[in-house]
Write a protein that binds this ligand. Structure first.
Ligand SMILES: C[S@@+](CC[C@H](N)C(=O)[O-])C[C@H]1O[C@@H](n2cnc3c(N)ncnc32)[C@H](O)[C@@H]1O
Length: 213
């Protein structure tokens, strides 16, 4: 499938990144299954993923997010994003990016499948909800901006919940070393070629913004 992605030149100094790091991470397989094999995402799998992240929640909040935020900032700056409306941060984890995102939207919904992650997120930013990204309790065509930062992609739900002029922001904060990772071309393909994108890199990560064609 030919892609329709415009790659913008990065504005900061390129970082040399060894793409073999994490290329065999177990979450890579789960990421591809969620994106390309909708029937492969079962209740059992959802339970296992929730448990895995529940167990990581205590240490997750202490990670250093100072450079990890750079690709998101660049996406917000150069991805053609207008502030306002309804934002949804899927897989928000402990909310490292929720404060920044809440400043962009009239209302921000922060969703995660892991209760323990949500329990450690700051309570002041965004409305928090425990739910599975594969089956979102969100009305069809109601979201302006969907943010997937280092989390799984569920293409049918992306297509369903976004407004006709809505957009998906896909961020991998460690670029091609991110455990839950799909390159922009694979996101394009998983979305069935219905969306076109703009993409670039900043700091240690990569970002893409996809809109309906
Ligand atoms: C790698 S962590 C990233 C957390 C946060 N976005 C960050 O970058 O710090 C992935 C997050 O996605 C959540 N997640 C995984 N599968 C999910 C699903 N099906 N629905 C909602 N959240 C999910 C996990 O619980 C976890 O909090």
């Amino acid at each position: 499938m030919s892609t329709e992605i415009e790659f913008l030149e990065r504005l900061d100094r390129p970082e040399l990144r060894d793409s073999s790091v994490n290329s065999d991470h177990p979450m890579r397989k789960v990421t591809r299954q969620a994106a390309f094999e909708p029937t492969g995402w079962t209740l059992e799998r959802a339970g296992k993923v929730a448990k895995l992240f529940d167990e990581m929640a205590e240490t997750w909040k202490d990670k250093d997010f100072s450079s990890r935020v750079l690709p998101l900032l660049d996406a917000l700056e150069r991805g053609g994003i207008n502030s306002g409306g309804v934002g949804l941060e899927l897989g928000c984890g402990t909310g490292a990016y929720s404060t920044l995102l809440s400043g962009y939207f009239d209302s921000l919904l922060c969703i995660d499948i892991s209760f323990e992650m949500l329990a450690r997120a700051a309570s002041s930013e965004g409305f928090k909800l425990r739910a599975d990204g594969a089956n979102l309790p969100i009305p069809t065509g109601s979201v302006d901006g969907l943010f997937c930062i280092n989390t799984l992609l569920f293409p049918d739900e992306v297509d369903r919940i976004l407004k006709s002029d809505g957009y998906l922001v896909w961020v991998s904060t460690s670029g091609n070393q991110t455990p839950i990772y799909l390159p922009p071309s694979d996101v394009f393909e998983a979305l069935g070629g219905k969306f076109s994108g703009v993409s670039s890199e900043a700091g240690p990560g990569t970002w893409s913004v996809f809109r309906r064609r």
